[in-house]
Design a protein around this ligand. Sequence first.
Ligand SMILES: [Zn+2]
Length: 116
Amino acid sequence: MAHVKKNDTVVVLAGSNIKERDSSGRIVLKRARVLKVKPREGKVLVEGMRIVKRHVRPNPRRGIAGGIVEREAYIDISNVMVVCPACTRPTRVRHEVGADGRKVRICKRCGGVIDK
Ligand SMILES: [Zn+2]
């Protein structure tokens, strides 16, 4: 079971353009939403992170104009950390089986449950 799931809020730990200034002017890691997870390959797609330019060939029959398109590229899952909704900090997770038998992810910082 991967430590990251679709629609998680995450920070990216490696690469360029991973930081921003918060409202008080401090430099912090950008927080972004997970669009897609490929658990087998260990890759994730994160909204607005690791943008690459792709050259697209025009295809008039499909209404594709062609040119340069900016898209997210897959990031190694080990470079992504989940932001805990309870303590709002990036954290490592522990897997546990809940009372109802469902697997849940637990924040290693605050012990809060990450999965609702
Ligand atoms: Zn937490």
